[in-house]
Write a protein that binds this ligand. Structure first.
Ligand code: F6R
Length: 366
């Protein structure tokens, strides 16, 4: 059942190229220049009527939503708010019939997410669900359902469900952009081509897993560490940090790289591992200067960069390089080494990787 892998988590990490392909599947035109999301029943007029988008989810699905916010804002130029589902209802969000709510839930059964969906509907919003389970409560109650075809996810720590949620957001963002005319045809085709190249790029990262294993074994001896990044790298840092906490029980924090000097820098001491994501070209120089701030205080820095960015090598102790894609699509690659890092750190600590303490796969209580 684990197909030769030691744990479901490792199996599911390796299933990601297939999950990407299956989630894109027949949703891209033969000609490769258009997205065809037939399951989204909104008319062009309804799409043009969207004034704001609310993304609501928990945990890892929330982290996918953070990327989704950037995708929709960049591609479709619609303002997006995002909340963790357990907070959404209690802040009296301004929901109108011009609001599009997107709920993200692997299981489709998370109690807070379902309650948020119901609140959005009660206030007249249209609800799109991104879920991995056909026929789940969230799928049944939403107006439109974009299924992530990741296949069953058994390990408590979510991996392929998260990355398939990213693919769903890319497709949905393109779908909105096509209707709204916010992207040039050539830009749409270029984005689709980059999406289609992702599965092979993930395979290439998986081939390098021994390098990550070695780094994870070093990290396993520490009790605290930081993930830092800017922009999309910050959102991926949050997911990497959650994954590590969840299964290795090492305390970590994800920090917006530019925020460190506003307080948290006080925690940086000799030898503390810092995992620095620097994949976003537009933010590269600024991130490097933040890396220098932690290096100067003795941190041991692992840099995550795009292939060929040799400049980072000078600023950090070690570099793990990922293949180049469009900046917006990078999270679908940069999270893979972080999943492997969490997996191998958990393994090195002798934990129950697939069933971490205190956690359940599906959270049906508020
Ligand atoms: C972490 C993890 C959780 C879930 C969260 C939401 O690895 O799996 O954070 O993402 O409980 O679950 P779903 O997506 O089923 O609503």
């Amino acid at each position: 059942e684990k197909a030769g892998f030691d744990h479901f988590m490792l199996k599911e990490i390796h299933e990601q190229p297939k999950a990407y392909r299956d989630t894109m599947g027949s949703r891209i035109s033969q000609t490769g220049d258009r997205v065809e999301l037939k399951e989204v029943g909104m008319s062009a007029e309804q799409i043009r009527g969207i004034r704001n988008v609310h993304i609501v989810a928990c945990g890892t699905a929330f982290h996918a939503g953070l990327i989704g916010k950037s995708v929709i804002e960049k591609l479709a130029r619609i303002p997006v708010e995002i909340d963790v589902a357990s907070e959404y209802r209690y802040r009296s969000p301004i929901i109108t019939s011009d609001t599009l709510a997107i709920v993200v839930s692997q299981s489709g059964e998370t109690a807070d997410t379902l309650a948020a969906l119901r609140e959005a509907k009660r206030c007249g919003a249209r609800v799109v669900a991104i879920t991995n389970v056909v026929g789940s409560s969230v799928a049944r109650e939403a107006d439109d359902v974009i299924v992530t075809w990741a296949g069953p996810e058994i390990a408590v720590a979510s991996t392929k469900a998260y990355t398939s949620q990213l693919i769903a957001f890319y497709l949905f963002g393109l779908h909105l952009a096509q209707t709204l005319g916010t992207m040039e045809a050539a830009e749409i085709a270029q984005t689709i081509a980059a999406l289609q190249a992702l599965p092979e790029q993930v395979e290439a990262i998986l081939q390098e897993k021994d390098a990550i294993k070695r780094i994870a074994e070093d990290i396993a001896g520490h009790d605290n560490l930081f993930f830092i990044g800017r922009g999309l790298d910050y959102a991926v840092a949050m997911e990497g940090s959650l994954k590590l906490k969840e299964i290795s029980y090492i305390h970590s924090e994800a920090y917006a790289a530019g925020e460190l000097k506003h307080g948290t820098l006080a925690l940086i001491e000799e030898g503390i591992p810092v995992i620095a994501l620097a994949t976003q070209d537009a933010l590269f120089e600024k991130t490097v200067s933040n890396i220098k701030e932690v290096k100067a205080r003795g941190a041991h820095v692992l840099g995550l960069a795009n292939e060929g960015d040799h400049e980072l090598e000078k600023a950090v102790d070690e570099v793990f390089a990922i293949p180049r894609t469009l900046p917006l699509l990078t999270p679908a690659l940069s999270v893979i080494p972080l999943q492997l890092l969490a997996y191998y750190a958990s393994l090195a600590r002798g934990n129950d990787v697939d069933k971490p303490r205190n956690l359940a796969k599906s959270v049906t209580v508020e």
